[in-house]
Design a protein around this ligand. Structure first.
Ligand SMILES: Cc1cc2nc3c(=O)[nH]c(=O)nc-3n(C[C@H](O)[C@H](O)[C@H](O)COP(=O)(O)OP(=O)(O)OC[C@H]3O[C@@H](n4cnc5c(N)ncnc54)[C@H](O)[C@@H]3O)c2cc1C
Ligand code: SF4
Length: 473
């Protein structure tokens, strides 16, 4: 930072325009799977960092579920100490390159940012990504300082963001950590759900390798509840267990025709494309439905990822069907914006009531009803009400249903003394993540239902602290 920049007053900082991240051109990127956002240059990052007025009581920090010291990491960018900034981030989060790409910042840290009252808020997520990427590109292959070992062993079920965050914290506290992951790759939704164009898998792997350097062991293809129960893990000598098995069971709509060929769940469609690499055809020949008239039902991140994947796989018409309005869609604001730019069509205030098949059992049409918005429901969003007699038919040749996920019952059924709520989510203490079983903790989507990466990570961190206390007693 030059001396002049150092002396900028808050008023002068307010005058610096927000710095836009470089992006791939929408018409080009709608045909490929490489990253949409290309990142900040050093100059752009410094200019954006200078927009932060370094509030004495920063409104952004309480919005961050893992409590990143936001003004401090931004100030280090403004002072061009990029590696120092990444180090500051890592004090609070083990996955900054991921969070910088996928967190819904507008609902979390950036929402209450003071600058946002008069101008666009400081782009905290973009800056987080910049510092984390800079470290990946410029830091040497240093071995992390390992703490003195405690001799205690912790088991983690699930290698998604919740499990990975807990593993990082526990390893830093000196415990031997083993993660058991059902799939053949670690990362959870980061690996099988979120597409390459939003979160390159190389980034996920780098963050996982960093945990391995801390001594974390990851056992793949290990479905807990089948190969071992939670009680068996404790009998085997693990002093404590953290369950972060996610909410991987897709919800369906319960309408006629859902089992027609060409109708997928969001999870199946995205797993085929991402984890099983169907998007890399012909290098990988994983079968995947490639409709010309492709409809995706839902308005969350899964729906947005599915429809943009369908477009990239060659759909001529890729349409989001959502029963509320555009404003109520829960997907990240940036994803909705990017989808619009890429030519995704949004059919809002519309709900399908049945799928219609051809003679060979393939979906060919959808009957839909128009909706209008009534009073807010329990979620705070206005309730969609069907408009009587507004039925219409839409031609489709592929459909993805992305209307939320529920807890996978396998693990909880294999642990009958574990307390679960009526939706099958594990009941855990909100401060410690402790379950009703001594030594067993749970967090992330298996407790909350489908939520966010950073909330799962926050739970992982809380659980790690409580597990440490429990194991050291
Ligand atoms: C397509 C999609 C896009 C999303 N986009 C975003 C986004 O942009 N931003 C955001 O913040 N959130 C997003 N989310 C939500 C976010 O990914 C989840 O809230 C988060 O991943 C939850 O983390 P988790 O660790 O609890 O579970 P998961 O990420 O689901 O990981 C759970 C892991 O446990 C494994 N597992 C399950 N059962 C067992 C078992 N019995 N034994 C061993 N292993 C088991 C699973 O294979 C999986 O790897 C998205 C979700 C989806 C589906
Ligand atoms: S609220 Fe905004 S301006 Fe204030 S410290 Fe946080 S990022 Fe900077």
């Amino acid at each position: 930072m030059s001396n002049d920049e150092n002396k900028l007053s808050a008023k002068e900082r307010f005058k610096i325009p927000t710095q836009k991240m470089i992006e791939q051109d929408p018409t080009e990127r709608a045909k490929n799977f490489t990253q949409v956002n290309l990142g900040y240059t050093e100059e752009l990052a410094v200019q954006e960092a200078l927009r932060c007025i370094q509030c004495p009581k920063p409104a952004c920090v309480p919005g961050c579920p893992v409590g990143i010291d936001i003004p401090a990491f931004i100030d280090l960018i403004a002072k061009r100490d990029f590696l120092g900034s990444a180090k500051k981030l890592k004090e609070a989060t083990s996955l900054p390159a991921i969070c910088g790409r996928v967190c819904p910042q507008e609902k979390q840290c950036q929402g209450p940012c003071v600058v946002g009252k008069k101008a666009p808020p400081v782009a905290i997520g973009h800056l987080e990504r910049f510092a984390a990427d800079y470290e990946i590109e410029h830091a040497g292959d240093e071995k992390p300082e390992l703490p003195i070992t405690t001799g205690k062993k912790a088991a983690i079920v699930g290698a998604g963001p919740g499990g990975l965050a807990a593993a990082g914290e526990l390893a830093k506290l000196g415990h031997k950590v083993t993660i058991f992951e059902a799939l053949h790759k670690a990362g959870g939704v980061l690996q099988y759900g979120i597409p390459q164009f939003r979160l390159p898998k190389e980034i996920v792997q780098i963050e996982i390798d960093a945990l391995k350097k801390l001594g974390v062991e990851i056992v793949l293809n290990a479905l807990v509840g089948k190969f071992k129960s939670i009680d068996q893990l404790l009998e085997d000598g693990f002093d404590s267990v953290f369950i972060a098995s996610g909410a991987g069971l897709p919800n369906f709509m319960g309408i006629p025709g859902e089992n027609l060929n060409g109708v997928y769940s969001g999870n199946e469609f995205l797993t085929r494309s991402n984890l099983m690499k169907a998007y890399l055809f012909p290098q990988y020949d994983t079968p995947i439905v490639k409709g010309k008239n492709f409809a995706v039902i839902g308005g969350g991140d899964t729906a947005m990822d599915a429809v943009r994947t369908a477009k990239r796989l060659g759909a001529e018409r890729a349409v989001i069907i959502y029963r509320r309005s555009f404003t109520e869609m829960p997907a990240r604001a940036e994803e909705k914006h990017h989808a619009e730019e890429e030519g995704i069509e949004f059919m809002t205030l519309v709900n399908p009531i049945r799928f219609i098949g051809d003679d060979s059992g393939w979906v060919k049409q959808m009957e839909c009803l128009k909706m209008e918005l009534g009073e807010p429901d329990a979620s705070g969003r206005r309730r969609p009400i069907p408009v009587e007699g507004s039925n219409f038919i839409l031609d489709v040749d592929a459909v993805v249903i992305a209307v939320g996920n529920s807890a996978n019952p396998l693990l909880t059924k294999a642990t009958p003394d574990m307390k679960v709520n009526k939706w099958g989510n594990i009941e855990a203490d909100s401060e410690t993540q402790a379950t009703n079983k001594p030594g067993v903790y749970a967090g992330g989507d298996i407790v909350r239902g489908g939520a966010t990466v950073i909330l799962a990570m926050g739970d992982g961190k809380k659980a790690a602290r409580a597990m440490h206390e429990y194991m050291m007693k």
